[in-house]
Write a protein that binds this ligand. Structure first.
Ligand SMILES: Nc1nc2c(ncn2[C@@H]2O[C@H](COP(=O)(O)OP(=O)(O)O)[C@@H](O)[C@H]2O)c(=O)[nH]1
Ligand SMILES: [Mg+2]
Length: 655
């Protein structure tokens, strides 16, 4: 079809996101109005170009002041962007949001490892007091977030966060006792209180750097759900302390866990706790052994540093102000490592990421500005011709988008079918295993069905907790891969629209550098499921007692089979249903986000040109001064962007 010969007016109004010229103008804000309309809502307008130019001088290289310099750059850029036109205020807001994140510097550092390795004790040593409960038996699957506050304060959050209770504490003991009511297995067995998260505010100096320390439930405990709870929690961590101890040095579960952790958390530090149990030579041997395991089985550099500590003695030293003992306990090394990391690496990692994102926002604005300027300068008939060509590209893009949505729908159906298949497999596996358990118990207990029922009650929660964990992990991976493919295609589509616009109007085009990841939302990660185990005992038939053993047995087995049938159905449903809901929700949210991104990209690109076009048609007198103003803004913004890149992009540190 020859779209090129059609006028813009004849473009089919296919979908909402496909902008018709009037709609584009409306979305883009005003059709580039007078220079400073009275009473407009721009925030912190730039007083004059001189000020911006002067501010641009302060970008002397040097990492020490990089955050401050970056903050100023972001601030300047936001003001400048606001002042161009009200249509750009959302871009200004994006820059201000980045500035806020930079200033906030909030960073999640989790303490990970098997239960009883001494994680909570280590955190207490860092906090300088016994704030967190320490126990010889595992705690419940509830992570505790500890952040800076001017006094000790706890917030316990229940369920989905709808309800919570708070309490201030005068000292460590009060804090510890209050926490123990919610996070210990004794006081809150299997988390029957339904606690989902605990937050602690604490005045310890280590927290002042903006770090949030997270005490985690620990993997590989008898409470199987703790492992899954910790695994599910990893996406929230920015860095981690991985704690092992001599008894035994490292287990299979920890190695598997560590492989997973390493691929998902940027920085992991290793700690050998309870080093006080060891003689110097034993310590050296264990460290050597650990390094070898990390190297050979996890694939970590051979010179990895593992810090030996005795957190217990460190805590005592802290409390007595004994600097010598604090150093000897190894805690000082950990403190220094963390402080260094928090002061240097954390800041530069965050600053780099923010600079890249800011550059992208500015890139967007620049593209629109350049499109506007070109459109204003171009002869009217030439402008119309190019607008037309761009319109054709949009019609094609809309077709692509429709087919993308169809594929997305197909993928969702495919994933749902896969889930049904897995649920069926799970049913078969569960029935087989439970029948074995029940039959064994019957034979060992004179065909007593109560005994068989108890035996089932013992295996069911562990079995399903494990299966749910495995299933949701495998599923999440597949959903993520599928959605990622869609995201990449949408990105390519957006890119091609922007590129077409840039090429048509002869302006330089820079592809977006840092694409926002679509986060696939997870279920709350430490929900304790209730696994049905009892359906009331089906009584023996009245005559059963009098029947010969063989007949009694087959009747008892049949009764148990019927019971297992129902138990399996209920429990598998407990796994299948939330997984399916999560799947549907992920796809729906993703589809919406996809549309929103496309719409945004199209309206921004077309908006600039269309607005200029409208302006050209109406009042030609002001066009010249408007063009000059936009050109000025463009070059100021280019300068700002260059400064951003010089500091954070051009030094070669990608990723
Ligand atoms: N000897 C010694 N025992 C420790 C040390 N750190 C922790 N423990 C003990 O190990 C047990 C488990 O500690 P905890 O901090 O609750 O471990 P978590 O489950 O990993 O949080 C407790 O009995 C602690 O007293 C240490 O550095 N030295
Ligand atoms: Mg603990």
């Amino acid at each position: 079809m020859d779209y090129a010969t059609r006028g813009m007016e004849s473009l089919p109004k296919r979908r909402d996101w496909l902008m018709t010229p009037t709609k584009i103008v409306a979305l883009a804000g005003a059709p580039l109005p007078k220079m400073h309309p009275p009473g407009h809502i721009w925030r912190r307008p730039v007083e004059g170009a001189e000020r911006t130019q002067r501010n641009l001088q302060v970008t002397a290289p040097g990492k020490a002041t990089s955050a401050a310099v970056l903050a100023r750059l972001l601030n300047d850029a936001a003001s400048l962007v606001d002042s161009i036109s009200p249509a750009f205020v959302p871009h200004g807001d994006s820059l201000r949001n980045l500035l806020e994140r930079l200033r906030d510097q909030r960073f999640h550092l989790a303490v990970l490892g098997q239960f009883k390795r001494g994680k909570s004790t280590l955190l207490n040593a860092l906090l300088g007091e016994e704030a967190l409960p320490v126990s010889v038996i595992p705690l419940t699957a509830i992570p505790t977030f500890v952040r800076a506050g001017d006094r000790r304060h706890v917030r316990v959050i229940f369920g989905n966060g709808n309800s919570s209770i708070e309490r201030s504490a005068d000292d460590a003991q009060e804090l510890n006792e209050f926490l123990a009511q919610y996070v210990t297995e004794e006081a809150n067995p299997e988390n029957r209180l339904g606690v989902s998260q605990v937050e602690v505010l604490h005045p310890a100096p280590i927290l002042q750097a903006g770090v949030v320390l997270i005490d985690t439930p620990g993997i590989g405990s008898t409470h199987r759900h703790n492992t899954e709870a910790t695994l599910n929690f990893i996406p929230q961590c920015d860095a981690a302390l991985f704690v092992v101890s001599p008894d035994p040095p490292i287990t299979e579960v920890e190695i598997e866990f560590l492989k997973d952790v390493r691929s998902r958390i940027g920085r992991v530090f290793y700690v050998l706790s309870k080093a006080d149990y060891l003689t110097d030579s034993d310590r050296a041997k264990i460290l050597e052994f650990l390094r070898r395991v990390l190297r050979e089985q996890v694939g970590i550099d051979s010179d990895v540093s593992i810090i030996p500590v005795s957190a217990g003695s460190g805590l005592a030293a802290r409390q007595n102000g004994d600097q010598d003992r604090w150093a000897k306990s190894g805690m000082r090394d950990i403190e220094t490592l963390l402080t260094d990391f928090l002061v240097h690496d954390k800041e530069s990692a965050l600053a780099e990421a923010i600079a890249r994102k800011a550059s992208d926002v500015i890139g967007d604005v620049l593209l629109e500005l350049r499109l506007s300027v070109q459109s204003l300068k171009m002869p009217l008939d030439e402008l119309e011709k190019r607008l037309d060509l761009l319109g054709n590209r949009l019609v094609e893009a809309d077709l692509q988008r429709t087919s993308e949505k169809d594929t997305l729908e197909g993928d969702q159906k495919r994933m749902a079918a896969l889930l049904e298949e897995q649920a069926e497999q799970l049913r078969r596996k569960a029935k087989w295993q439970f029948s074995q358990v029940a039959q064994d118990a019957l034979e060992k207990n004179h065909l007593n069905t109560d005994a068989a029922q108890s035996a089932l009650a013992e295996v069911i929660p562990g079995f399903f907790e494990h299966e749910l964990g495995a299933m949701s992990m495998a599923f999440e991976g597949q959903v993520r891969d599928t959605l990622n493919r869609h995201r990449q295609r949408t990105d390519a589509l957006i890119e091609s629209i922007r590129r077409t616009a840039a090429e048509l109007f002869d302006i330089p085009y820079q592809p977006i550098a840092s694409k926002e990841e679509f986060e696939i939302k997870r279920q709350p990660y430490w929900v304790t499921h209730h696994w049905p185990i009892s359906l009331g005992v089906l009584p023996e038939g009245f005559w059963d007692r009098l029947l010969p053993y063989g007949m009694r047995k087959s009747r008892a087995v049949r009764r148990m089979r019927e019971r297992i049938e129902v138990l399996v159905a209920e429990n598998v449903e407990n796994v299948r249903w939330p997984t399916l809901q999560n799947l549907i929700k992920s796809f729906r949210e993703f589809g919406n986000a996809l549309d929103a991104r496309l719409e945004e990209a199209v309206s921004a690109t077309m908006g600039a040109i269309e607005a200029a076009y409208e302006r050209r048609k109406s009042e030609s007198a002001a066009v010249e001064s408007e063009t000059a103003r936009l050109e000025r803004s463009t070059s100021e913004l280019e300068q700002l962007d260059e400064d951003l890149r010089q500091h954070y992009g051009a030094n070669g540190q990608g990723g």
